[in-house]
Design a protein around this ligand. Structure first.
Ligand code: CA
Length: 439
């Protein structure tokens, strides 16, 4: 059980101050890459204690202000202004109320980049598009099955927009991306793996990709989650609980070589703002900068008029127009709608592989949402995107399949829709098309 996170920082600290509160602030700024580390051996994640590769850019480590420990000097103020600018706060150079709130909020443990940029990369990427991951352990609050599904969903967000394929393997297999829950100090001998800080604060951290000659079984690529947090896969999370899918997807961005983004709404922004189970355009730009875009071998679509309703009793009205189906759900109900997509299986003598499912739809309000999207090959469910909660106009909503398996029996997309209260117009969903991309 998690205890309540303590408030580490209070407003009022300003240049000229001395003492423990200043040291705590400097430790924060040092850990996240805004101040030079006192001991370069313990520098942050881009640090030179990792095996270096051709792609490593050490410039980011230089030019960091160097502060006098325990004294709120000019260097500390300059570093704080960088953090404030990164987070979109007024760069006052002192710990005012919004800054104290920021310092106390949940965030990723990886360092931020020193200059303001949109997406940033570590300069590292994997040499293969076929990546393996393993679950070394799980967390007490969630079943192993639900943790496994959470990881699949998080990887699927990245596989949808890239040539990458993510396959789960046994913990003993030496996967590129090893996933582990841990508390406090948890470093293996010889690794620069910072301790976790108890409930709140840092939620997780992950290591940038391995660059030859470092072995793929090394810590590079691994993602660690602070097990002092209370993790959940339920949306909306209870107060104090943290969404595992969101944080895992963020950490896997680091595992692929992405740094923190300063773009508001990007998944790769450093601070946790609640469940976010889709990528932002900025995240996709960063990913494709490293791994290139999507090459498709085939695609297939069906009109929204082909949709099947699972529970007729929860439908107030259904009407099929020329090129879409409008369904008005009864207030405060849930339902499942099914698309069966005519599926090419063998094309030009070779079997296709799944890449992703796609949907085009509009809902009348944000209280009527596509909550879950399940993708089937025949009767096998190959990926569940849970609690994506998409409302309004979705011209092209994309749902990845992490391991991109061969297609055998035919594609089905099932969508779980939650209908809220409100007028008939607010309770409507227009289902325009469903489709699948193959690779
Ligand atoms: Ca923590």
């Amino acid at each position: 059980m998690a205890t309540k996170a303590k408030e580490r920082f209070t407003a009022g600290l300003a240049p000229g101050a001395r003492g423990e509160d200043v040291t705590a602030l400097q430790d924060y700024l040092e850990h996240f890459g805004y101040l030079a580390a006192e001991d370069p051996e313990h520098d942050t994640f881009c640090g030179p204690s990792y095996p270096l590769g051709d792609g490593d850019d050490l410039a980011v480590l230089e030019d960091r202000p160097d502060a006098d420990a325990g004294s709120f000097d000019d260097a500390t103020a300059e570093a704080l202004r960088h953090l404030q600018a990164y987070a979109g706060l007024r760069p006052t150079g002192e710990v005012d109320e919004p800054t104290a709130q920021l310092l106390n909020s949940k965030r990723c443990g990886n360092a931020d980049q020193s200059e303001l940029a949109e997406f940033s990369t570590s300069g590292r990427k994997w040499a293969t598009n076929n990546l393996r991951y393993s679950l070394e352990n799980t967390t007490p609050n969630i079943t192993t099955g639900a943790v496994t599904m959470a990881m699949q969903q998080a990887f699927a967000m990245w596989s949808a927009h890239s040539p990458l394929r993510f396959t789960q393997v046994a913990a003993s297999a030496g996967a590129e991306i090893r996933i582990r829950f841990a508390t406090g100090a948890h470093a293996a001998t010889g690794t620069n793996d910072p301790a976790f800080d108890g409930p709140g604060g840092v939620l997780a951290h992950a290591f940038y990709p391995s660059v030859p000659p470092a072995p793929v079984t090394a810590i590079m690529g691994d993602a660690h989650f602070d097990d002092a947090e209370t993790w959940t896969v339920t949306v909306p999370p209870q107060a104090g609980h943290t969404d595992l899918v969101t944080v895992a997807a963020h950490e896997f961005g680091h595992s692929l070589g992405l740094g923190h983004s300063s773009v508001n709404g990007a998944l790769m922004q450093a601070f946790y703002g609640g469940p976010q189970r889709t990528l932002h355009a900025d995240d996709i730009s960063g990913l494709q900068h490293l791994y290139g875009g999507v090459t498709l071998r085939h695609a297939a679509w069906i009109h929204g008029t082909g949709v099947q309703v699972e529970v007729d009793d929860n439908v107030e009205s259904i009407r099929r127009y020329g090129f879409y189906t409008r369904i008005i759900g009864k207030p405060n109900t849930t339902n499942w709608y099914h698309f069966a997509i005519p599926t090419p299986v063998i094309v030009a003598g070779s079997r296709l592989n799944w890449h992703r499912a796609l949907l085009r739809f509009v809902t009348g309000s944000t209280s009527t949402v596509v909550r879950d999207v399940h993708v089937y090959d025949g009767s096998s469910r190959i990926i569940a995107h849970q609690a994506v909660n998409l409302g309004g106009s979705n011209a092209m909503a994309v749902f990845g399949v992490p391991h991109k398996p061969p297609v055998y029996w035919g594609a089905g997309i099932s969508i779980g829709v939650t209908t809220g209260a409100g007028t008939a117009s607010e309770r409507r969903i227009d289902l325009i098309s469903g489709g699948v991309d193959f690779t």
